[in-house]
Design a protein around this ligand. Sequence first.
Ligand code: ATP
Ligand code: MG
Length: 221
Amino acid sequence: MANEMRGLTLALSKGRIFDDTFPILTKLGMEPLGSPEASRKLVIQTKQSGTRIVLIRASDVPTYVRHGAADFGIAGKDVLVEQGAEGLYQPVDLGIAKCRMVVAARADFDYLGSVQHGGRITVATKYPNIARNHFSAKGVQVNIIKLYGSMELAPIVGLSDVIVDLVSTGATLKANNLLEVEDIMPISARMVVNRTALTTKGYLLEPVLRKLEIITNSISL
Ligand code: ATP
Ligand code: MG
């Protein structure tokens, strides 16, 4: 794919990933010269001349990097596990955008009872692959309903028995009378690198990765 040969393109999503990555980029000498809030620009230059940031949906980051439209990017483990990370080199866990993937249900839903009695439960989620693998490892039969957001609503209106979603403080679950009933995995954001760029732009990427290792070892993971 056509991409700047002499500089680097970093794929980032706006919101918490951009915000949590900002201090790391600053330490790397790649401070963004602009913010997603301040303008609608989808390409932001950085303090390191030639290095630019492209702003895309969190779930599109692996696609841009896999195709080499971005040399590297930052993606949540949720997105990487759900989509599979084939073709992507994952050198560092940045320890940012931390949360957990959980199963949650309405307080009046007998989750353990349903699971123990071998009943089939309906699961609403943005993460069908993670959900399917989780329940199949437990031998629980499920119907999965794919949603694109606001998962918390599904059990309230009877679309599903449970949801598989990310939680950090638990405030959203609580506000919707949902309880966490099972932990699936801890989540944090990782750097992903295009494998070809690692060779063709190794002289640009390797110093970044070396510095990142030092930075991430000094922030608590
Ligand atoms: P959109 O909100 O545009 O539909 P999205 O939900 O994928 O997209 P974000 O909500 O910004 O985008 O989430 C981006 C990433 O941040 C997720 O992939 C996940 O790794 C992480 N994340 C999501 N929710 C939380 C949370 N509550 N606490 C910490 N990190 C989170
Ligand atoms: Mg979101």
